[in-house]
Design a protein around this ligand. Structure first.
Ligand SMILES: *Cc1c(COP(=O)(O)O)cnc(C)c1O
Length: 391
C-alpha cells in the first residue's frame, strides 16, 4: 500500500536544539555501562550476543510471540530454533507459559521492554538463574530507563539497544553485558563510503523537515558548485541502498551477515555522546503525557500504558484501537507517522501460540513522542488522531 510521506518525522532528526542541555538528574541508560559496543543496528547486536553465548545449531531460543522480524532473523542466522512464548495483555512475560516450553536444549530467553515500559526483571532474572538459562534483554524500545533503581540492560546476561530509535542518527545499535567480558569482541570499520553516507543522511533528514535551516542555506546557497557537489553526493551515496548501509529500523531490510562485525559510524557515536540525554528523556515524557491528557475519553480505544511511572522514557505512545485496519489506513493517509510493532509476525509462528500477541500486533497503533517533535507538530498530530477516532 502506498501512503503519503509522513508530514512529521517518525524518528528523531537532528536540530540545533538537540544539543541544548536542560537542568535535571542523570538519565539511566544503556550508556551507563563501562563498556558499550556500538554496532550498526539492534539486530546485529542480537546476533553478536548469540555468538558470545555460543548459541547455534540444536539450541532453542525463547522469544515473545509479540515480536518483529529483526528479533528472529539473528536466531535463524546462528542456526538456532526460535520458540515463541506468550505474553499477557499488558505485554508482561507469561512466565508460566515460558516454563512449559523449556527443555534441555533451551539456552536463552529474550525479553523486551515494550515501548519503554520495563518488565519485572527481578522475577525474570531469578527464573533464568533457577533454570540455568541465559537472559537477553532487548532494550530496542528502552535505550533509557530503570527498574528498581538499576538501569535497564543490567539484568540480562547481555542487552541490546537500537540507537537510531532514540537519537537523530541514521544507523546504530548497542551491545552491553553486566555479567560477561566484551573486551575481546573486535569490530571493524565499514569504510569511508559508509561513514559519508551516515553523515549525509543525518543532514538530509534534518533538511527534509526543515530542522537545520542555516546549514541548508549554506549548502544549497548561492554557490552553484556546492549545490552541484551536494546533489551529486546524494545521488551517488544515498541512493545506493544495498551496498552502503544497514538502513535498519526504518528501511525494513532483512538481516545481512556482513554488518555483524562492523562498528557504528563515527558521526553516530559522536552524536550519541554529544546530544542532550536529559532533553531526550524530558521531551519524550512530556509528549507522552500530552497524549494521555488529550486523547482521554475517545471512543473505540484505550491506553496500553495509562500511567507513566518515574524512570520510564517511552519510545512511542501505544494506543489500542478497535477496527485497527481502517484507523491505521486513515491515519497513514493523513500523513501521521503511525507504526505497528509486530505488524508482520514471523511466518513460522502458529497464530494459536498467543492470541494476545496477534491481537496486539493488529490493534496497537504507535505514535511518535520523540524529543524532536515541536509543540505544533504534536498539536497537529493529536488533532488528526482525534478526528480519525471520532469519525
Ligand atoms: C527495532 C527492534 C529491534 C531491532 O533493532 P534495529 O536497530 O532495527 O535492528 C529489536 N527488538 C525490538 C523490540 C525492536 O523494536
Amino acid at each position: 500500500m502506498d501512503y503519503p510521506k509522513p508530514r512529521i518525522p517518525t524518528f528523531p532528526i537532528l536540530s540545533l536544539q538537540s544539543f541544548a542541555v536542560p537542568q535535571g538528574e542523570h538519565v539511566p541508560s544503556i550508556l551507563d555501562f563501562p563498556l558499550v559496543k556500538f554496532v550498526t543496528s539492534g539486530r546485529v547486536a542480537i546476533a553478536l550476543a548469540l555468538q558470545q553465548m555460543k548459541i547455534g545449531k540444536d539450541d532453542k531460543v525463547l522469544l515473545p510471540a509479540y515480536h518483529c522480524a529483526a528479533m528472529v532473523e539473528p536466531i535463524i542466522w546462528v542456526g538456532a530454533t526460535p520458540v515463541f512464548y506468550k505474553i499477557h495483555p499488558d505485554t508482561s512475560v507469561d512466565l508460566e507459559d515460558v516454563r512449559s516450553r523449556l527443555d534441555s536444549s533451551t539456552k536463552l530467553i529474550l525479553v523486551a521492554h515494550y515501548f519503554g515500559f520495563p518488565q519485572d526483571m527481578a522475577k525474570i532474572r531469578n527464573f533464568c538463574d533457577e533454570h540455568r538459562i541465559f537472559l537477553l534483554e532487548d532494550c530496542a524500545h528502552s535505550f533509557f530507563g530503570e527498574f528498581e533503581g538499576r538501569p535497564l540492560g543490567s539484568f540480562g546476561d547481555y542487552a541490546v539497544a537500537s540507537s537510531m530509535k532514540f537519537f537523530p542518527i541514521y544507523e546504530g545499535g548497542c551491545l552491553v553485558s553486566s555479567r560477561h567480558d566484551l573486551a575481546s569482541l573486535m569490530l571493524t570499520s565499514a569504510g569511508a563510503g559508509f561513514e559519508l553516507k551516515a553523515m549525509l543522511n543525518v543532514l538530509e533528514k534534518g533538511f527534509e523537515y526543515g530542522r537545520l535551516p542555516f546549514l541548508q542555506r549554506l549548502i544549497h546557497g548561492p554557490l552553484r558548485l556546492k549545490n552541484f557537489i551536494w546533489d551529486t553526493l546524494k545521488e551517488r551515496i544515498l541512493k545506493e541502498k544495498s551496498t552502503l548501509g544497514p538502513g535498519a529500523s526504518e528501511g525494513g531490510f532483512g538481516f545481512e551477515a556482513k554488518w555483524v562485525s562492523k562498528r557504528s559510524a563515527l558521526i553516530s557515536t559522536y552524536l550519541i555522546r554529544k546530544v542532550s540525554k536529559k532533553r531526550i528523556a524530558e521531551n519524550r515524557r512530556q509528549n507522552y503525557v500530552k497524549f494521555l491528557q488529550t486523547l482521554t475519553g475517545l471512543p473505540g480505544c484505550y491506553f496500553l500504558f495509562p500511567d507513566l511511572p518515574k524512570g520510564v522514557f517511552p519510545y512511542v505512545f501505544p494506543l489500542v484501537v478497535d477496527d485497527p485496519e481502517k484507523r491505521f489506513r486513515a491515519l497513514k493517509n493523513a500523513g501521521i507517522p503511525v507504526i505497528r510493532f509486530g505488524e508482520f509476525l514471523w511466518e513460522g509462528m502458529e497464530a494459536t501460540t498467543c492470541k494476545t500477541s496477534v491481537d496486539l500486533s493488529r490493534r496497537v497503533l504507535q505514535f511518535p513522542c520523540h524529543q524532536e517533535l515541536s509543540q505544533q507538530e504534536m498539536a497537529w498530530m493529536i488533532s488528526e488522531i482525534r478526528t480519525v477516532l471520532l469519525s
